[in-house]
Design a protein around this ligand. Sequence first.
Ligand code: NAP
Length: 302
Amino acid sequence: MAGILDGKAFSKKILENIKEKCEKEGLKPGLAVILVGDDPASSVYVRMKEKRCKELGFVSKGYKLPADTKEEELASLIEKLNNDDEIDGILLQLPLPSHLNSKKMLELISPEKDVDGFHPVNAGKLFTGQDAFIPCTPRGIIELLKEYKIEMEGKNAVVIGRSNIVGKPMAILLLNENATVTICHSRTKDLKEVASQADILIASIGRPYFVSGDFVKEGAVVVDVGVNRVDSIEQGEKLFGKGSEKLKKIKEKGYVLVGDVNYEEAFPKASFITPVPGGVGPLTIAMLMKNTLESHLRRKNR
Ligand code: NAP
């Protein structure tokens, strides 16, 4: 039976430490968040980020641009924020509307203010072992594993997913901790067999309950990055079974949020596991705040 890796409690502790440091030292880090269009999920994320900034006493500048914003308009806002001394971090909420080139827009953000760690300069620095902004989700996972004193050195770590935001940086960070790392993706052969060799299994796929119990080695540490909305009763019945609590939730609320890991099957086999919600999710925002504070300290030479 697994111990719970409680990302919610740990992120609360991180945020309290940040607040205390800012109050004690009179620091006022600044974060600008740009949202283009009105994607409902993105709007929720942006509101949560702005709320955290306010709670910590950060300067928070929010920019809500219409969905038909032209590339030049977005570029000139980013340029303005690059030169705004009050701002230490610039976050461009993804996904952007399809007429905007995300890669090109992200590259306009000054690497010194790229608190998401998505700029190629920061990705390259991470890859070559230099000081860099580390993408928030994988950074949060490493800090969570350290908080629970999970040994990484010499362990077999399997990362399912190779996105630039989670999978690839996650693999590099685990490698930096001297784990032996395997990265899996949609073309991996015998995925179950590879995953079941893992002492540390990270799932960042975006498919509800994809990782069943037989992916999990007895005693493995399981980290579930996925956040999937299941809103069909038919799919709910298939995934969770008739009479399950989750199916009840779909019927009551219209949907349920679940991870990539079949929690009920993985829980009895794992030594530690992250729940969804309350595992990796809250840490991502906590790390964004931490990256913004670190940027502020660096920019003020403190
Ligand atoms: P992504 O860019 O869509 O990448 C998904 C990865 O999963 C890809 O590398 C893909 O392989 C792989 N994959 C898809 N189907 C597969 C299969 N059948 N077998 C093996 N691998 C498969 O997604 P992401 O940005 O990494 O996000 C993944 C999940 O994490 C999503 O649910 C997202 O919402 C969640 N997420 C959560 C947080 C958080 O704060 N909790 C943060 C970021 C993301 P290919 O490369 O071969 O296509």
